[in-house]
Design a binder for this molecule. Structure first.
Ligand code: ATP
Ligand code: MG
Length: 455
């Protein structure tokens, strides 16, 4: 049921309006004083306010201003006395939804309220939908609408609540660290440290003391005791990046911490206990590393409790337009703009490229383009040259085609991709594109129409 608040210092009038609107099926609250009214607005889910203009304490305009501060969308209808049209105009300027001049007919009041309530419902629905969309296609600052990304979002949500060890795999630039952070910052450990160690960046001995710390004098250069990352991450999350690069000796030590949650500093004898959640990442296929004898199988199973695999960007083209929009927004600010537009030709080039460096490469390309275009529309010349210098080989194109399709579907996909590429290369001059493809212009036009390629 929709709830209307009626405000008027004439109590008799309130009684009349209340019964009139109740007959219409509204729930009606009344206030004979604008300060009381404000209190109601603040604490009730209202659908509209109808208020008199002339009131003691705070008049109708004052009340309107205060209501707009509490809820800018809530429609406020002003009742003005005959001859005070200037006041009504002022109220409209200040955001009143509408006004009616006393004396008004019942019908006039009912219609005005109905319209206000209906529009407010639409506004609320739209807000809700936007919110939903945002939640649906974003997980914090991870963007993705493709099916695999949607599944990853729900997996993140589930594992974040637990302390389960997570293994994140995926090619370079697919967002492994982003996912690791999302898990930590959505977990009960969010207010404790997120500590990251790149296992590929340090030689074995340094990595060991980096992870476990060392006692004073434990080796040349160990002039003082130093805590390791495990200790620093206590009660928080430790992110072991490039975990496949760990030496066999360190793999054993890591296994022990995972099993027993305890370790010693390098050169130390005291056993330290820690409560650390481990997230590991690798751009290699760890299972293959195990089979090749490079990675301990027992450690693999300890890390692989929950596995999140980030597919390469070329396997989820659905995410590209969304990622482009996301990065355009992000980098627009840097050139002092609210938004930066991108031409369809540029977007098509982006769409057809295979992005071997995945999201990182795409992000860098957009950042560069925004700067080069000085925040004006991005066109192909602002994109890295190799995108339109036909670097994309046929094998790259085949890589983009899901293997689950039937032969006719595969051929169609290949055709579409080749036509898109040729069009982009030819800067959308169709006769040129036809030449690149080795077909007549009319055949090209037929295919463009068939596949709806220029919309
Ligand atoms: N889905 C996404 N939405 C928004 N930004 C993303 C997404 N995926 C990756 N990025 C951005 O791309 C860049 C690379 O991501 P990240 O560092 O997490 O990749 P990675 O998989 O750890 O790469 P590497 O293996 O090279 O370390 C970051 O700037 C990150 O913010
Ligand atoms: Mg990384």
């Amino acid at each position: 049921m929709e709830t209307i608040l009626v405000v008027d210092d004439e109590r008799n009038f309130l009684v009349v309006l209340k019964s009139l609107l109740e007959e219409e099926g509204y729930e009606v609250l009344t206030a004979a004083d604008s300060l009381v009214a404000l209190d109601v607005v603040e604490h009730t889910d209202l659908d509209a306010v109808v208020t008199d203009m002339k009131m003691p304490h705070l008049d109708g305009i004052g009340l309107l201003e205060r209501i707009k501060k509490i809820n800018p969308d809530l429609p406020v209808i002003m009742m003005t006395a005959y001859g005070t049209i200037e006041k009504a105009v002022e109220a409209m300027k200040k955001g009143a939804y509408d006004y009616i001049t006393k004396p008004f007919s019942n019908e006039e009041l009912k219609v005005t309220i109905r319209k206000a309530v209906d529009i407010y419902r639409l506004v609320k629905e739209n807000r809700y939908l936007n919110q939903e969309l945002r939640n649906q296609y974003n997980f914090g600052n991870i963007v993705g609408k493709s099916k695999p990304m949607q599944e990853i979002f729900s997996l993140i949500q589930k594992v974040a609540k637990t302390r389960a060890t997570v293994l994140i795999t995926g090619e370079s630039g697919t967002g492994k660290e982003l996912v690791a952070r999302a898990i930590h910052y959505n977990s009960p450990r969010q207010n404790k440290p997120f500590i990251s160690v790149n296992c590929a960046a340090l030689p074995e001995s340094l990595l060991e003391s980096e992870l476990f710390g060392h006692e004073k004098g434990s080796f040349t250069g160990a002039v003082s005791m130093r805590k390791g990352r495990f200790e620093l991450a206590d009660k928080g999350t430790l992110f072991l990046d490039e975990v496949s690069e760990m030496s066999p000796t360190l793999q054993v030590k890591l296994l022990r911490v995972l099993q027993e949650r305890e370790f010693e500093r390098v050169g130390g004898t005291k056993t330290l206990k820690v409560d650390v959640r481990i997230i590991a990442a690798s751009n290699r296929d760890l299972k293959e590393e195990v089979e090749a004898g490079h990675f301990r199988e027992d450690l693999f199973y300890r890390l692989n409790v929950v596995h999140i695999h980030l597919p390469p960007l070329r396997e989820r083209p659905d995410d590209i337009p969304l990622l482009v929009a996301h990065f355009l927004q992000k980098y627009a600010q840097e050139v002092g703009r609210q938004r930066v537009e991108i031409s369809p030709e540029a977007l098509n080039l982006i769409y057809t490229y295979t992005w071997p460096g995945n999201v990182r490469e795409l992000e860098n390309a957009i950042e560069r383009a925004v700067i080069l275009s000085s925040g004006q529309e991005i066109t192909p010349e602002h994109l890295p040259p190799h995108l339109f210098q036909s670097q994309q080989s046929y094998s790259d194109i085949f890589k983009q085609i899901p293997t689950t399709l039937t032969l006719p579907q595969i051929l169609e996909e290949v055709e579409v991709k080749l036509i898109r590429r040729a069009l982009a290369q030819a800067n959308y001059v169709q006769s040129k594109a036809a030449k690149i493809l080795g077909i007549t212009k009319s055949l090209l036009q037929y295919k463009i129409k068939k596949y709806n390629l220029l919309s």
